[in-house]
Design a protein around this ligand. Structure first.
Ligand code: NAD
Length: 483
């Protein structure tokens, strides 16, 4: 049964230090499934961005740990109480299916409530100095302080609520001020989240949300003189542009991936096939840590690919508004066309399509492709959709590791083996930020360190604990009293 869970068209304003600010020029936000307009957002000019940073910089946050904990926990609870409302917005603007959107809303609760719990933890360290002949009777302490300037946060479309939450919650937990630029593709959820924060008691000067076309106002977010740190989640292309443009500023870049799921000959193939299909298709395959390549050793590849097809056939792909749907649309038709072209290219290079259905607009059905050459574009680049590509590898762990490491990315990985010697080698030798044994690459809790190396990022981690560290300055101080 399809239920109407689409909100009416929302005519939005930016939130600049809590004030609603609009522009004559508005951008449309479209539902990827039926292409209807679901929202209109202001197209900010660089001066709007400047104004937001200046207002943030002029405000000095004075919230105690207790007050921050209360705001963060209240936000978590409001999100939990309104999860249907948020899921409706996510499905409307991103085309993600209702099941995925509900899951996203429940993950956001975790982000905010973990941040609330971590806020009241003491953050300092202590060093006694009388520990060597060079020491003396003193003590050194550290304390973490908010940045002197403002955080510039830029977020992608694929998790409209969760990616934004991963920037905002740790920033507020550490008493920072932010200017957020959500993607122009899914900005409505971020604007609704800002309202929840104001309602929960956040001083409005601590958070502004600006919207618009990145070609007009993107650089203003990166180069503003009051921005101390740019935290960005998105594509490698834009991440490298930020790295080249930001100048003398801290940057935290969480970029793309093409994560492998590795299946060795001893693996329980049914369990491995389940991880492969779920990992490649959840969130319409649009997770930075989605399974984007399945590296399976040749000796079990026939049996494994049969199981993958059986499981992929059970997925219902279609109207994202239908609560029974497992896979909604990808973000837009242009992306779906790109995936289609990449599958065709793989076929030209010897791959075989074992399951799929014709594309309908932005609806790209889960597509199982076997015998994919490890170096063709479908798996060598990041294919951000529900393709399930099987790459057959020699029966040799060294060759599997070499193939896995052969791309520019290094985000995460999933491993299907029970052999400890294999597991140890994968942990030691895969060039990635995470290795999950018997789990999808995307498995994590919202607090654990998360992030990639190589083109996937500069090695700084996200996750609430690590983000709270990167959003603070460590001050070291010492005193002569030692008791
Ligand atoms: P994108 O890079 O196209 O856009 C991301 C953000 O950057 C958007 O807000 C966009 O408006 C903005 N932007 C674009 N050009 C800009 C410019 N010149 N200056 C300033 N900002 C600019 O990415 P996307 O398509 O929205 O998201 C998908 C990508 O994000 C995928 O590559 C995915 O793997 C990655 N991602 C990574 C992680 C991670 O944690 N590593 C998590 C989620 C998504």
């Amino acid at each position: 049964m399809t239920v109407n869970i689409k909100p009416p068209v929302r005519r939005e304003a930016m939130r600049i230090a809590g004030k609603l600010v609009s522009t004559d020029d508005m951008l449309e936000v479209r539902n990827p499934y039926d292409n209807t307009v679901v929202g209109l957002i202001p197209a900010a000019r660089p001066e709007h961005v400047r104004d937001a940073f200046a207002k943030a910089k002029a405000f000095k946050p004075k919230l105690t740990r207790y007050e921050r904990q209360q705001i963060l926990q209240k936000t978590a609870e409001l999100l939990r109480d309104r999860k249907d409302e948020f899921a409706r917005l996510i499905t409307a603007e991103a085309g993600l299916c209702w099941k995925d959107s509900l899951y996203e809303a429940s993950r956001a609760y975790d982000v905010w409530s973990f941040a609330a719990q971590l806020t009241i933890k003491d953050d300092g360290e202590m060093f006694a100095c009388d520990i060597s002949p060079n020491g003396k009777a003193r003590k050194i302490f550290t304390t973490r302080q908010p940045l002197l300037g403002v955080i510039s946060a830029i977020t992608p479309f694929n998790h409209p609520l969760n990616m934004v939450s991963h920037k905002l919650a740790p920033a507020i937990a550490t008493n920072n001020r932010l200017v957020l630029k959500p993607t122009e593709l899914t900005p409505l959820t971020a604007l609704a989240l800002a309202d929840v924060l104001y309602e929960a008691g956040l001083p409005p000067e601590m958070l502004s949300v600006v919207t618009g076309n990145p070609s007009t106002m993107g650089d203003a977010m990166i180069t503003d003189p009051d921005a101390d740190l740019v935290t960005f989640t998105g594509s490698v292309r834009v991440g490298k542009h930020i790295a080249n443009t930001a100048g003398y500023k801290r940057i935290v870049l969480e970029l793309g991936g093409n994560d492998p799921l590795i299946v060795m000959e001893d693996a329980d193939l049914d369990k491995a096939a389940e991880l492969a299909v779920t990992g490649a298709t959840k969130n319409s395959g649009q997770r930075c840590t989605a399974v984007k390549r399945i590296l399976v050793v040749e000796s079990v590849a026939d049996a494994f690919s049969k199981l993958v097809v059986e499981k992929a056939r059970k997925l219902k792909c279609g109207d994202p508004m239908d609560p029974e749907t497992d896979v909604g649309t990808v973000i837009n038709e242009r992306s779906a066309q790109l995936f289609e072209a990449r599958v065709e290219d793989a076929v030209r290079h010897g791959a075989r399509v074992l399951h799929g259905a014709p594309r309908q607009g932005a609806l790209f059905h889960p597509t199982v492709v076997d015998h994919v050459p490890y170096d063709c574009e479908l798996v060598h680049e990041e294919t951000f959709g529900p393709v399930i590509p099987i790459v057959r590898c020699p029966n040799d762990i060294a060759a599997v590791i070499a193939i896995s490491n052969s791309t520019a990315y290094g985000l995460s990985s999933g491993i299907c083996t029970n052999r400890m010697d294999y597991a140890s080698r994968f942990v030691a030798e895969l060039e990635v930020g995470t290795v999950n044994i018997w789990e999808v690459p995307g498995y994590r809790i919202e607090m654990s360190p998360f992030g990639g190396i190589k083109d996937s990022g500069l090695g700084y981690k996200e996750g609430v604990v690590e983000a709270m560290k990167s959003f603070t300055n460590v001050k070291t101080w010492s005193q002569p009293w030692t008791a």
